[in-house]
Design a protein around this ligand. Structure first.
Ligand code: NOJ
Length: 533
């Protein structure tokens, strides 16, 4: 019998580091590579297998690193290539993989490529970006909108042409139909893969190919004043276009030049479209990010069960699932669900079938921080007030010293530290047997130690108990039952026969273990349990 050999990105746990906010080592109030290096011991203790770093490349920081002015260097704010190499080396020595953010859709307008592109219509790089003449009588080529407000087209008076920017005006879109752009960007991937990075999280992957004729997008009749302006249109012609899957295959081929690397895609699409990014015969990316737990408006057992079951049913044969609970673009899980349900959510994330991705600080229960308007940085806050992402990007809370140990007490952190940092921080929570961090640490330890939890089958149960979700994870002769109470009321759960002699191994309350009752088990409000047979 051949031994089942899973890849590290299947059994492992990914942890997103937002470098600006993780740990500042040089007292400028902004996190850096040396800071991440300093905290590798913590990440190793926590038990994560890979860190994904949001962009660390040279950037004017209009979109906090997602506006890149050089794809193959490190911004001095964060360090330099030597510091990066050292970080990769030390992470690898601890068994931690390093995944970089790859931002192929656009560069900064300060990138040399764009400067050349806009220098004249005859410049060889002119066609590296998407330039179009105004429509007859003047005005932008179509009705597409920028995510950061207004038209997706900016007029360049010198050239008499518009360039496209799906995001900020300073983030011009590269033209991926141009083979020279593709080759240059594949070389960017190789530059980092040669330095030993273990893969990429690919930014806005479905946006790379645009409609060939740049047709107008249809209007969204349900858009209401106050909602972000770019949602006024449906992105029918500006996202997920024919041709994208051929590109995805090319990206995969670059990764295949190396061994054991992973490609993860940022893709906000319904399951039917999402799973196409695995590619025919799994020739696409390894993990199209599954954001449905973030997007779910109605956090109820029935809805979550539907979500998990429909995902499982939609996955192509052999495709590996994944789940995400938070990231730098969305409100934090504690702020979405409240502290009780956030614990249930962590148990769900760490017991479902598929690679879990964490967002830094969620393991502590960090919540969104209200940012006064004068301290707001995010361009999205400026274009769509109230929808900014700064509140979920505040400094990591390490200890009870001033600035929560994120930066020296004398420095001013780039975003304010949450006011509850005296309780919600790594040092305090490590010492507290009932903390969120202790729960996450235990969940990770259990998942890593038990093949049923990291590699086993998923079997849904019809619990019949209102607002409770139960499922079994099974591997050879090992099985775990996970039961989660999504309500703020106690509930009785009927145990399946094989679990009547079972043993509780973990409660989200962290206060009970041991044999279960003979027939039913009582779940307290917001309680999740893992039961072993
Ligand atoms: C998606 C990133 O996650 C987000 O933070 C960024 O603003 C846009 N892409 C543009 O790169």
């Amino acid at each position: 019998m051949t031994q089942y050999q899973p890849f590290w990105w299947q059994t492992g746990i990914i942890y997103q580091v937002y470098p600006r906010s993780f740990k500042d080592n040089n007292a400028d109030g902004i996190g850096d590579l040396q800071g991440i290096h300093e905290k590798l011991g913590y990440l190793s203790w926590l038990g994560v297998d890979a860190i994904w770093l949001s962009p660390i490349y040279p950037s004017p920081m209009v979109d906090f690193g997602y506006d890149i002015s050089d794809f193959t260097d490190i911004d001095p704010l964060f360090g330099d290539l030597a510091a990066f190499d050292h970080l990769v080396q030390e992470a690898h020595a601890l068994g931690i993989k390093v995944i970089l953010d790859f931002v192929p859709n656009h560069s900064s307008d300060e990138h040399e490529w764009f400067k050349a592109s806009r220098s004249s219509r005859d410049n060889p790089k002119h066609g590296w970006y998407i330039w179009r003449d105004p429509v007859p009588g003047g005005g932008p080529p179509n009705n597409w909108l920028s995510h950061f407000g207004g038209s997706a087209w900016e007029y360049d008076a010198g050239l008499g042409e518009y360039y496209m920017h799906t995001f900020h005006t300073t983030q011009p879109d590269l033209d991926w139909r141009n083979p020279l752009v593709r080759q240059a960007m594949y070389d960017v991937m190789r530059f980092w893969l040669n330095r030993g990075v273990d893969g990429f999280r690919i930014d806005v992957l479905p946006f790379l190919v645009k409609d060939e004729n740049l047709r107008d997008n249809p209007l969204n009749p349900d858009w209401q004043e106050g909602a972000p302006y770019y949602l006024r249109i449906f992105r029918v012609y500006s996202e997920n276009q024919p041709g994208i899957h051929r590109l995805v295959q090319e990206l995969r081929q670059v990764a295949e030049e190396y061994s054991d690397r992973v490609l993860i895609g940022e893709i906000y699409l319904p399951y039917k479209e999402l799973v196409r990014y695995y590619g025919d015969n799994l020739s696409g990316i390894h993990l199209p990010f599954n954001f449905q737990l973030i997007l779910l408006a109605d956090w109820r057992a029935e809805k979550i069960k539907d979500l998990v079951d429909s995902y499982e049913a939609t996955l192509p044969v052999g495709a590996w699932p994944n789940w995400v609970l938070g990231n730098h673009d969305n409100p934090r899980v504690v702020s979405r669900l409240g502290p009780g349900q956030a614990r249930v959510a962590q148990m769900l994330l760490l017991t479902l079938r598929g690679t879990p991705t964490f967002y830094y600080g969620d393991e502590l229960g960090m919540h969104n921080v209200k940012i006064p308007p004068e301290l707001a940085h995010d361009p999205q806050e400026k274009s769509s007030p109230g929808f900014g992402r700064d509140p979920a990007r505040t400094p990591m809370q390490w200890d009870s010293t001033l600035n929560a140990g994120f930066c020296s007490p004398a420095a001013i952190p780039w975003l304010p530290v949450a006011e509850d940092y005296l309780q919600i921080n790594v040092e305090e929570e490590k010492a507290d047997p009932a903390s969120m961090l202790t729960l996450v640490h235990e969940l990770i330890g259990l998942r890593k130690a038990q093949p049923a939890l990291h590699s086993g089958d998923y079997i849904a149960l019809n619990s019949g108990t209102e607002n409770c979700f139960g499922y079994i994870r099974k591997w050879v002769n090992q099985a775990f039952l996970v039961i989660l109470n999504f309500s703020d009321q106690p509930r009785f759960f009927n145990l399946p026969d094989e679990f009547k002699q079972g043993r509780i191994v973990l409660s989200t309350y962290l206060d009970r273990e041991g044999p279960v009752g003979p027939v039913k088990i009582e779940l307290r409000e917001n309680e999740g349990l893992i039961i072993e047979v």
